[in-house]
Structure formats: C-alpha cells, structure tokens
Design a protein around this ligand. Structure first.
Ligand code: ZN
Length: 317
C-alpha cells in the first residue's frame, strides 16, 4: 500500500450523464507513476483535464473541473471516491462528453469496474498528505474541518427539514474494506419537489429512480427502499472522499463535515494547501512506521467479494 497503484487493464462502460441525460462512453486506463488521475475528453481533440484542486471550477450540484482551455468534466466525485477507496492514484479516464456517467448514483459501479480491471502496484512510493494542524472553513451553518489523526477518518452530519431525513450522522475510519462495504453503495438523493425544479431548469435530465433516492413528502419513492440505514449521510461521505481526492494524494487526517457540500469541501482543500505549516507530505518509511500497529488507513486487504457489489450498468471489459 505504500507504493503507487494503477489499473492492470483498460476497462470500458457506458452510462448516462445525470444533468445532460446523454449517453457517455467511459474508459479507465492504466497510467505511469506520478500521473495522478487525468481525464481525457476524446470528443474535444483529446484535451486533458487533471483531477486537481486548482482545476475545480463549479461546485453547485456536483464537482466540475476544467483545464486552462476551459475544457470541462463534471460529476467527477463518485469516480474519484472509488479510486480513492481502492488506493488507485494513477489512471487515465477517457470520456466522450462533458459529464461522468451517473451509473446507479453511487460509487459501487466504479468500484466494480476498477476491480474488474485489476489493480497493480508500481515502482514508486505513494505520497500522502498528513494533516499537522487543524484547518476549518465555514459558511452559514455549514462547516468543514481537517484535524490531525494517524489514519484517514471521515465524520459527517446532515440535517434537513424533512420528516424522512431530519438528522443523520456517521463517523468511520476509511479503509479499502470500509469504503467498499459501508460507503460505496450509498446513492445520491433528492427531494421530488427539487427534482422537478431542476428538470424545469434543464438539469437532472438523466435523473431517475434508477440513479437516485427520491423522497416525496412522506415516503421514499424507490421501490427497494434504502441500501444502508444511513444511506444519505454515507453518500455525503462518498462526495467528500471524492472531493478530497482532488488533492491528488490520499489524506492521513480526520475530515469532519457538518452540512458541508462540494463548495465548502473545495474551500477547505484550498485553505489546507495554502497553510504550509498545516500539512506535510509523507511517504515510504514514514508511512511504513504508521503501518505498524495495524493502522487501518494502510490496510492492504481486499476481502469483499464481487457479488457484494452492485453490477455496473453497460459493463464491457
Ligand atoms: Zn454525490
């Protein structure tokens, strides 16, 4: 786990963009050491858009990134969360449209794709960002914080003025195992009234009960109900883990989100990076020392069977 990781093989799938409603072809490909996660718009003369904090240009409904020429890729967070959860730090992501497909609204189809492609270790140390001092940002009653911690831990609290979702909180050490089992299947969610409003504004054209939990005034409209008891807050954890991966490095620290979203998550990352004494890079032996004492942030096991995951739609190897 202290070494960089990429995919063993290329894997492809198709899906639809949540906001555009259009079909997208997606390929995940192996990449050399120190590449990071780089998006490649095959429909835009092969323009490259690296997954970096500095490239975030829009955080209203999802995290969108763009390169210097303004070529965009939207809704990157669930795929980035899957790469983060499985410890993959180098990959090319080809797509022929502006939006990563929404799949089933969770990170599980991407986990499934990455596992099908296989993950290989590379001959260079991976670098972690270790949080040394607490940093926080807030906006109204929303808050996001990084605190020092000897592993990667995520806490989240949400509350809505809705009978089905008043308050929900969760705190977990994020390892490959907990990510796959406890987090990856949590779907995005919305309220019926909100969805109707988005649609009339030309957004969420691809949204349906197949890729989101939709709440009416008194009940969840999805036939199968929820996948986890705390599926809502766990989805917010996926979003945060994906947003954090825009640092380009995994984190050793404790992220705490209170009603936080993509905008505040991004502000927190920028603030952390701008405070040079609040963090440091660690790699190799330093990380290996943290490994001792069964540090869950650095587990290498991968015991979750494929059948535990939701199969990806339109999968083609
Ligand atoms: Zn999300």
């Amino acid at each position: 786990m202290i070494f960089q990781r990429t995919l063993k093989n290329t894997i492809r799938c198709t899906g639809i963009g949540l906001h555009s409603g259009k079909k997208v072809y997606l390929s995940l490909r192996p990449a050399p050491v120190n590449t990071g996660i780089v998006f490649h718009r095959t429909d835009m003369k092969g323009a490259l858009v690296p997954a970096k904090v500095q490239n975030v240009v829009d955080t209203r409904l999802c995290s969108s990134i763009a390169n210097q020429d303004g070529v965009r890729v939207s809704t990157v967070e669930h795929l980035l969360a899957a790469f983060a959860g499985l410890g993959v730090n180098n990959a090319y992501v080809d797509l022929d449209g502006p939006e990563i497909p929404i799949m089933d609204g969770s990170a599980a189809p991407f986990v499934f794709l990455i596992q099908c492609a296989g993950v290989v270790q590379q001959k260079a140390y991976k670098r972690w960002i270790r949080v040394k001092k607490a940093v926080s940002v807030s906006h109204g009653n929303k808050k996001a914080t990084f605190e020092p911690c000897d592993r990667f831990r995520v806490s989240f609290l949400i509350d809505f003025d809705h009978p089905l979702l008043s308050e929900q909180g969760e705190e977990l050490d994020i390892t490959e195992t907990t990510f796959i089992k406890e987090i990856s299947r949590a779907r995005t969610f919305g309220f019926l009234k909100e969805v109707e409003q988005l649609r009339s504004n030309g957004l969420a054209q691809g949204g349906s009960l197949d890729n989101a939990i939709v709440m009416g005034d008194f009940r969840i409209l999805n036939e199968g109900g929820l996948r986890y008891e705390k599926e809502f807050v766990r989805h917010k954890m996926i979003d945060a883990i994906g947003d954090l991966y825009l640092l380009g490095h995994p984190v050793i620290g404790h992220f705490k989100g209170i009603r936080s979203g993509h905008a505040l998550n991004n502000m927190l990352l920028r603030k952390l990076l701008s405070h040079a004494n609040a963090w440091e890079f660690v790699e190799g032996e330093q990380v290996a020392q943290l490994l001792q004492g069964e540090n869950p942030a650095l587990q290498t096991d991968n015991p979750v069977p494929m059948e535990a995951l939701t199969p990806a739609m339109g999968l083609s190897a």
